[in-house]
Design a protein. Structure first.
Length: 139
């Protein structure tokens, strides 16, 4: 039981670490620019699992453009919540999964909602390396 508590505490501390987004080094783009430049559409950012997870769903509109962005693991999506200065990262298992780049394909990602940083109505920015998408309101 003690080991379980220690593992849970360690996971919470690891996933709830805050990090600042360095605005000068980031390039902010709109959702329409994400579609045009990188062939991806944000279909959903929503709190799920009784508030414990954040669900991100992306649609692959152009497989080649999406691959040009996502083949570099540094560009794997992360979520940034400006109010709390918190970045939520997907698990290492999720990051290691191969993405199947197909037109009209989907990418479903779940992020641990550390410290309940995201609630319904929270503006969330999606980070792709040094590219950040304008805030999207979580559902």
């Amino acid at each position: 039981f003690i080991l379980l508590v220690l593992v849970a505490a360690g996971l919470y501390i690891f996933t709830s670490r805050s990090s600042q987004v360095d605005a000068p080094s980031m390039t902010m783009i709109s959702q329409s620019a994400l579609e045009q430049q990188y062939g991806l559409r944000v279909n959903l950012v929503a709190v799920t699992a009784a508030g414990g997870m954040v669900d991100l769903r992306l649609k692959i509109l152009d497989a080649e453009k999406a691959k040009s962005l996502l083949q570099d693991k540094k560009n794997f999506p992360a979520l940034y919540i400006e109010d709390g200065k918190v970045t939520l990262n997907a698990s290492e298992d999720a990051k290691s999964q191969e993405i199947k780049f197909e037109n009209d394909g989907n990418i479903f990602l779940m992020f641990p909602n550390a410290g309940n940083a995201v609630k319904r109505g929270t503006p969330v920015k999606i980070l792709f390396g040094k590219t950040v998408i304008e805030p999207i309101i979580a559902k």
